[in-house]
Design a protein around this ligand. Sequence first.
Ligand code: CP
Length: 308
Amino acid sequence: MIIKSERISLKHLLTVEALTDQEVMGLIRRGQEFKQGANWTPQKPQYFATNLFFENSTRTHKSFDVAEKKLGLEVIEFEASTSSVQKGETLYDTVLTMSALGVDVAVIRHGDENYYDELIQSKTIQCSIINGGDGSGQHPTQCLLDLMTIYEEFGYFEGLKVAIVGDITHSRVAKSNMQMLKRLGAQVFFSGPREWYDEEFEVYGHYLPLDELLEQVDVMMMLRVQHERHDGKESFSKEAYHQEYGLTVERAKKLQKHAIIMHPAPVNRDVELADSLVEGLQSRIVQQMSNGVFVRMAILEAVLNGKA
Ligand code: CP
């Protein structure tokens, strides 16, 4: 059942912590409405959006492209490799330029944590910022699409048992999700290599060996091994990681029948989870990618409402 969403207005979307529970639930419900074919009524005849990606992306970048086009926004193309970034232009100056050109909203992915601080403090930059991922910091739009996918499945968060498994230290997805899932009443567990787990996560949930979690969780959220953040140091072979910390076919047989498997993707098949599970019956990975478009439509709408 979908409860009709309230109108939400946001200046920026930088972290999930900054959202109220009502805003989170409103964005999820609005995402569901868009999925069911709802329309958006713009306040102005023309809005401009740009997607500034300084780190690689398929899902986030392209689902924002699709979401913007579905809403009827004009999308200003930007490639860091062919822009004045190559002449030394800073992120601040790129965004200042986009703002001066009349861009209403900039979706940004950047390798620096909290890159957005100087942008939102600027008195000159007028465009709204949506964080598409900041280093190992946060990935709020992925968190919202993950929450939408869980809500679509269960219809509630209170008391759900959610395991977050894998390279937690380097995962911005995990950090956004652990905060918001705990706040919404889910019981969070962690598993994976101890060296990729930090005691600071204990405020959100407890660490358990993977084999102790299989039979009790409702959601098994596997994380990508973030090779690009390991400074070239690899502690596991792919096979060894899969056998020790991965969701193997044998482990998946122990999951409850109603349990779902999630992964933000891209998936390292046969590493975090077995190849045959990626598109299997209990997987919601494809649904997560599709939901990304609809929840991002809801986020863009909220930010453009904020400008009105
Ligand atoms: N899940 C996710 O952020 O994927 P991309 O890196 O492809 O955007």
